[in-house]
Design a protein around this ligand. Sequence first.
Ligand SMILES: [Zn+2]
Length: 135
Amino acid sequence: MASPHLPRLRVGDAFSSIEELDEVISRLEQAQNTTYWKRDARTIEAAAKRVKKPLNPALKYYQVVWACVKGGRAYKSKSTGLRPNQKTVRGDCGACIKVCASRDGQKLIVVKNDLDHNHPTTAVSTLRCNGDVVT
Ligand SMILES: [Zn+2]
C-alpha cells in the first residue's frame, strides 16, 4: 500500500549532510500526511568529546531518531491539568527513522526505517475557500 510518492529511504542508505536527510523526511511527511519529530538527537559537538575521530560537520548530528508525533513514550503533553477530563494526547505509534554517523564519521547511515503507522496516514488535502492549504 506504499504511496508511489514515498521517497526511497532504506536501511543502509547514506547521506552526506543533515540537509539531505531533512529533505527526505519532509517529503516523507508530505507523502504520508504525518509528522516526524527529532525525538532523540545527539549532536556532533556532544559526540566529539567521546568519539576520537573526525566527524563531518555537515552531518550536524551523530545520531538522530525521527519519530511519528503519534508515538508514545517521550511525547509530553503541555497540558497542566486544566482539562482533567481529556486524556493525554499520545498514541503508541512506533514508526521511526534512525540514523547514525558512519564508522568514518563522514556520512549519516539509516539504521532503522520503520514506517508502519498504527493510524491512517493517507494524505487528505484540505483547502480553505481562499485556496490556502490548511497545515
Ligand atoms: Zn504514526
